[in-house]
Design a protein around this ligand. Structure first.
Ligand code: FES
Ligand SMILES: [Fe+2]
Length: 425
């Protein structure tokens, strides 16, 4: 049972909150590299854990992520001119570089040195895997760079998208470690979504799912077994890497998929969606399907990261398609099914009212782990999932004889191994 106090503890991530302080110890996906495609391009707004920031690429190509508001009288630097290695506030011309340092205050004599004393908050950032990551924690605790396989493979092997989700990050992330819902919510898509079909997708339709959760150094492994041929079990194995990375077990020949569930504020999050193949470039066809909202990706309203299908249009629910067995819940597309269902719980799910069962074991353990890590970090302990070695893992799907332990039999399959394809049925 999660009390109201525990729920608040887990879901609030603003500055100074225990969970916010924990999440600030990690590198966080903040924006796509393509949002700031070249030097002096327009600045973009980025909101992370209730902090309003501005990202820009300066003339030399360096990226800065700084406070959104001008130190003079608080104008949003989204209106700034990005020129000659800095952002110039259009109100009175104060100018800032990528470190947030004010480099010019036109009204003051240069000799006064006034601008040297003005500095906006700024966060270190790094570009990795077509994503700009930021580190928002104490400078002296900055961790080594992340090492997720999707971020390390060559560009043609990867496709990254992101979409806003109108609910707290935790209930979105809990969907990523709740393998049981797939047999229901996505049931019909397992036959129709071409990036999901395969023998494993058929087996996943079995609703008799049993969970085995194994804690790891970086998070946990969630093994879910369903019946397969006589004497065998079909195992779908999800990885959760602290604090909010989830890796979906693959289907057939398809690429690997995963997410990062990043809080925007306490009532919305950014669902980062990563598809990669460890050993080959994604095909033009796969890319076309993903760009048009197939697989775990969605179609977005142009110029935004809000899905075309959203709360305001009732997710374009199609009751006829639901009755006809085309979709289980009436919403089209795997990602939007998840989003619709999770947003329906309210901006922050009240976990004090829920009734958990055995298939919620992954969810329960993740909550315990996050709470413990936040409390321990406040006492000076390094949180799990910071060491890049713990990122080099994969999800897997495989059929095993009933008698073997999945965690032993899948040990190699669960490691990210360069040049070796993933294990998938
Ligand atoms: S408010 Fe930005 S320069 Fe005056
Ligand atoms: Fe789902």
């Amino acid at each position: 049972m999660t009390t109201r106090e525990q729920n608040d503890f887990l879901t609030r991530t603003g500055p100074g909150t225990p969970m916010g302080s924990l999440l600030r110890r990690y590198w966080i996906p903040a924006l796509l590299s393509q949002e700031v495609p070249q030097g002096d391009c327009p600045p973009v707004r980025v909101k992370l854990m209730s902090e309003r920031l501005i990202a820009f690429r300066d003339t030399r190509g360096g990226v800065g992520v700084i406070d959104e508001f001008c130190a003079h009288r608080g104008v949003s630097l989204w209106f700034a001119r990005n020129e000659e290695n800095g952002l110039r506030c259009p109100y009175h011309g104060w100018k800032y570089d990528v470190t947030g340092q004010c480099v010019e205050v036109p009204s003051e004599p240069t000799e006064s040195g006034f601008c040297k004393r003005v500095r906006l908050k700024s966060y270190p950032c790094v570009e990795l895997g077509d994503v700009i990551w930021v580190y928002m924690g104490p400078p002296e605790l900055k961790p080594p760079l992340p090492a997720f396989e999707w971020a390390k493979v060559a560009h043609p092997r990867r496709f990254v998208s992101k979409r806003t989700q109108e609910c707290n990050y935790l209930q979105a992330m809990e969907g990523g470690i709740d393998s049981a819902h797939v047999s229901f919510l996505h049931r019909h898509d397992l036959r129709s979504d071409e990036l999901h079909v395969g023998e494993g997708a058929e087996l996943t339709r079995a609703t008799d799912a049993r969970f085995e959760v194994v804690e790891t150094r970086g998070g946990m492994i969630i093994g879910v077994r369903r019946p397969a041929q006589a004497g065998h079990l079909y195992w779908r194995i999800t990885q959760w890497v602290m604090p909010f990375h989830t890796m979906i077990p693959p289907y057939g020949e398809n690429a690997l998929n995963g997410h990062a569930w990043v809080p925007v504020d306490d009532e919305s999050c950014m669902a980062w969606c990563f598809t990669h193949h460890p050993t080959r470039a994604l095909t033009e066809h796969e890319l076309a399907v993903m760009r048009s909202g197939g697989g775990i990706h969605v179609k977005l309203i142009p110029g935004s990261f809000r899905p075309v299908v959203n709360k305001d249009n009732d997710y374009m629910i199609d009751r006829a398609a639901q009755r006809a067995g085309k979709t289980y819940c009436g919403v089209a597309g795997i990602a939007m099914q998840d989003a619709a269902i999770q947003e329906s719980m309210g901006p922050v799910q009240d976990r004090s009212k829920e009734n958990l069962v055995s298939t919620d074991n992954g969810v329960i353990m993740a909550r315990v782990r996050l709470r413990k890590a936040a409390l321990a970090a406040a006492q000076g302990k390094e949180p799990d999932g910071i060491d890049p070695a713990t990122h080099a893992v994969r999800s897997a799907s495989l059929v095993l004889p009933e008698s073997v332990s999945f965690i032993d039999a899948a040990a190699e399959a669960l490691k990210a191994r360069e040049g070796v394809a993933h294990t998938s049925v």
